[in-house]
Structure formats: structure tokens, C-alpha cells
Design a protein. Structure first.
Length: 75
């Protein structure tokens, strides 16, 4: 069940690169694992082909921390 929420402009989007398909797609951080799993399962028999763009992989932890921080700060 995909629910694209265009109004969620503040959500960090992460580039997912697939060298086999020669594609790059930007997915919201909250859907990152699902998007990668789905792509690899549907197109690559579950092999880990598609992955987060290595150039920004280091920043994912930062983005996730910021995301969590915002959610928790609202309590
Ligand atoms: Zn692919």
C-alpha cells in the first residue's frame, strides 16, 4: 500500500541508486528500507543491488536522528 504524501515537504528524501537498472530514485527516509527491499526483491531476486547513494549514506544517520529528534521533541 503506497501512500505518497506530497504535502510532506519537510521529509528528507534519500537517493537510491541501482547500478543494474541505471536508475536513481528519491524516496522519503521513512520508506527507504521498504523501497530498497521492494526494488531488489522484484527486480533482482532479493540481491542487494539497489542501495543508498554512497555519497550521502553517511548523512542518513544524521537525517534519521533529526527526524526522530523532531518527533520526540513534540511530546
Ligand atoms: Zn534495479
Amino acid at each position: 500500500m503506497t501512500n505518497t504524501n506530497e504535502s510532506d515537504e519537510g521529509a528528507p528524501r534519500v537517493p537510491v541508486v541501482c547500478p543494474d537498472c541505471e536508475t536513481t530514485s528519491r524516496v522519503p527516509l521513512s520508506e527507504l528500507a521498504d523501497a530498497i527491499d521492494r526494488h531488489n526483491e522484484q527486480l533482482h531476486d532479493g540481491d542487494d543491488v539497489a542501495a543508498v547513494d554512497p555519497d550521502i549514506a553517511d548523512r542518513i544517520a544524521d537525517l534519521a536522528a533529526t527526524d526522530l529528534g523532531l518527533l520526540e521533541g513534540d511530546q
